[in-house]
Design a protein around this ligand. Structure first.
Ligand code: PMP
Length: 354
């Protein structure tokens, strides 16, 4: 028997790789080092016991959408929820990209934007960030005029650089966009400003968020998006029926009643990030100023791949970006707990001076 052929446009795709090694200090996937509060777990246990297990969940996730709308001061009809912000992005791309359409990304950025765009059948056009990883306003808008993209991705704070796109730039991109602009704010709560304030019913802009980072709920796979009502109605046609299970809907809503604890965790991680940044600067590595829960850095004297290996030998795992285009020799470290950060710093010091 012969194997059925995979779609021709998919055969060149490599898939998303994020190696997971068995180490003591795991600082490679930008998760929170801090669990949600114990009260949240106890409340979720009770909520799970009340679920009517023989019935499908609320297809519209009404209560969760209302809770998120309340948190952001928008209408529930402006909120779309899905299994992680990756699924939000996938639904957006199935709706607005696809065969015969172009998607524009500014590299280096989160690899799944282009990966999911390609699986939707769209053509991905990549443009460059500046060497400080900011975006040049003139270059961005002329690229948009040239490419005429159906979807343009911004990512703020940007993964893996940690850099934030300023309000003037996002405003200009949205005004000049011939299609939809997606601002991926997976790390939005760590940053000093959000594009949420630019949203409007006739503005071609959506902002995506996730429970995976600031809400300490990466295990749950829950993300959401805020945008125009008409656009959410289109996404609701594309996403599978009952895509969001009842446990997730309960958990997402319950988490919102622990917003103060989330904000305290975010403040703690931002303070730790500042300490890490200063320590890295003192070690004489190149550091890009970050507004997320991770830091991109480049050891100057040793190849990035060797430093990554030296850290793994000391049971510390960071993300090795050293062979990625435009990120030669760079590594990305997630802000961990105080003891994890100390262990990372002392291990790095050893590697750099050995
Ligand atoms: N956007 C960015 C910029 C990310 O870094 C990530 C996760 N690494 C995601 C989206 C996907 O997050 P989720 O867990 O919500 O699918």
């Amino acid at each position: 028997m012969s194997r059925p052929p995979v779609r021709g446009d998919l055969s060149a795709l490599e898939g998303y790789h994020s190696p997971q090694l068995d180490v003591e200090v795991r600082l490679n996937t930008n998760e929170s080092p801090l669990p949600p509060p114990p009260e949240f777990i106890a409340e979720l246990r009770d909520a799970v016991a009340r679920i009517r297990w023989n019935r499908y969940p609320d297809r519209a996730a009404t209560a969760l959408r209302e809770g998120l709308a309340d948190r952001h001061g928008v209408d529930p009809g402006q909120v779309f929820v899905a299994n992680g912000s990756n699924e939000v992005i996938q639904t957006l791309l199935l709706t607005f990209a696809g065969a015969g359409r172009r998607v524009l990304t500014f590299e280096p950025t989160y690899a799944m934007h282009s990966q999911i765009a390609r699986t939707s059948g769209a053509t991905v056009v990549t443009a460059e960030r500046r060497s400080d990883f900011g975006l040049d306003q003139g270059a961005v808008t002329s690229k948009m005029d040239e490419v005429n993209p159906s979807v343009t991705f911004l990512c703020s704070p940007n993964n893996p650089t940690g850099t934030v796109d300023p309000p003037e730039l996002v405003t200009e991109v949205v005004e000049r966009s011939p299609g939809l602009v997606v601002v991926d704010e997976a790390y939005g709560e760590f940053a000093e400003w959000s594009a949420l304030g630019l949203l409007g019913e006739e503005v071609p802009l959506v902002v995506t968020r996730t429970y995976s980072k600031v809400w300490s709920m990466a295990a749950m796979r829950l993300g959401y998006m805020i945008g125009p009502r008409w656009l959410v109605a289109e996404l609701d046609k594309v996403v599978l029926p009952y895509h969001l299970d009842a446990v997730k809907q309960e958990a997402g809503l319950l988490a919102l009643s622990h917003t103060a604890e989330m904000e305290a965790r975010v403040a703690e991680l931002v303070a730790s990030r500042r300490l890490l940044e200063s320590a890295l600067n003192r070690m004489g590595v190149d550091v890009w100023p970050s507004q997320a829960n991770f830091i991109l850095f480049r050891p100057r004297r040793l190849p990035g791949g060797d430093v990554w290996r030296g850290l793994v030998d000391r049971s510390v795992l960071v993300r090795d970006c050293s062979s990625w285009p435009r990120l030669e020799n760079c590594l990305r470290v997630t802000v961990g707990s105080r003891s994890e950060n100390e262990r990372f710093l002392s291990s790095l010091e050893e590697v750099l001076t050995s």
